[in-house]
Design a protein around this ligand. Structure first.
Ligand SMILES: Nc1nc2c(ncn2[C@@H]2O[C@H](COP(=O)(O)OP(=O)(O)OP(=O)(O)O)[C@@H](O)[C@H]2O)c(=O)[nH]1
Ligand SMILES: [Mg+2]
Length: 201
């Protein structure tokens, strides 16, 4: 266990109105506003947490989902450690737009290795009775598009909100550990004449 706090940047993307700001506000301030305004540009909030013995400062970047704010949000994608692709289970179009959000992120964040980038998918507003996207369908999309973790949340009822942000941290730490493992492998490789340690990454 490391005593040093790690700063992680996670970014919430998804159509306007799916509940990105509500998820961030529920997680950081434990408040919910049923009359929330659309976000213009980006906003961020920090929260400290401990996941599996690691101390982390989570910097949550909440973006404006409406198309007209595209140029205001995309400059903030760079440097994100994890991307939370968010849709609303009562809004089919927001689910169908997930691929566009993923592509927009990869392009503007300049992700070098998209296949290994930690995306987490959130289906929000599960408190609503009329669903337009089933759990099975959302899971299938996640499997097909990179085997991403899928969580169903309600910012309103505080369902799975903490779990969702903790999962984002776990995904980043898993990638980080893999990288450290690879670096170690290469270091060992430099000091040895054998080919061992070069099979990673
Ligand atoms: N029933 C229900 N309503 C929610 C939930 N999350 C958000 N809302 C409502 O949905 C509306 C939009 O929520 P926001 O958090 O502003 O959505 P957003 O994704 O930030 O939207 P943009 O800022 O335009 O991108 C607000 O009226 C919220 O109160 C939820 O889990 N359940
Ligand atoms: Mg918002």
């Amino acid at each position: 266990m490391s005593g040093k706090s790690l700063l992680l940047k996670v970014i919430l993307l998804g159509d306007g109105g799916v509940g990105k700001s509500s998820l961030m506000n529920r997680y950081v301030t434990n408040k919910f506003d049923s009359q929330a305004f659309h976000t213009i540009g980006v906003e961020f909030l920090n929260r400290d947490l401990e996941v599996d013995g690691r101390f982390v400062t989570l910097q949550i970047w909440d973006t404006a989902g409406q198309e007209r704010f595209k140029s205001l949000r995309t400059p903030f994608y760079r440097g994100a450690d994890c991307c939370l692709l968010t849709f609303s289970v009562d809004d089919r179009q927001s689910f169908e737009n997930l691929s566009n959000w993923q592509k927009e992120f990869v392009y503007y964040a300049d992700v070098k290795d998209p296949e290994h980038f930690p995306f987490v998918v959130l289906g929000n507003k599960i408190d609503k009775l009329e669903r337009q996207v089933s759990t099975e369908e959302a899971r299938a999309w996640c499997m097909e598009n990179g085997n991403y973790p899928y969580l169903e949340t309600s910012a309103k009822d505080d369902t799975n909100v903490t779990v969702a942000f903790e999962e984002a941290v776990r995904q980043v730490l898993a990638v980080e550990e893999q990288l450290e493992h690879c670096m170690l492998g290469h270091t060992v490789d430099l000091h040895s004449s054998s080919k061992s340690g070069s099979s990673c990454c």
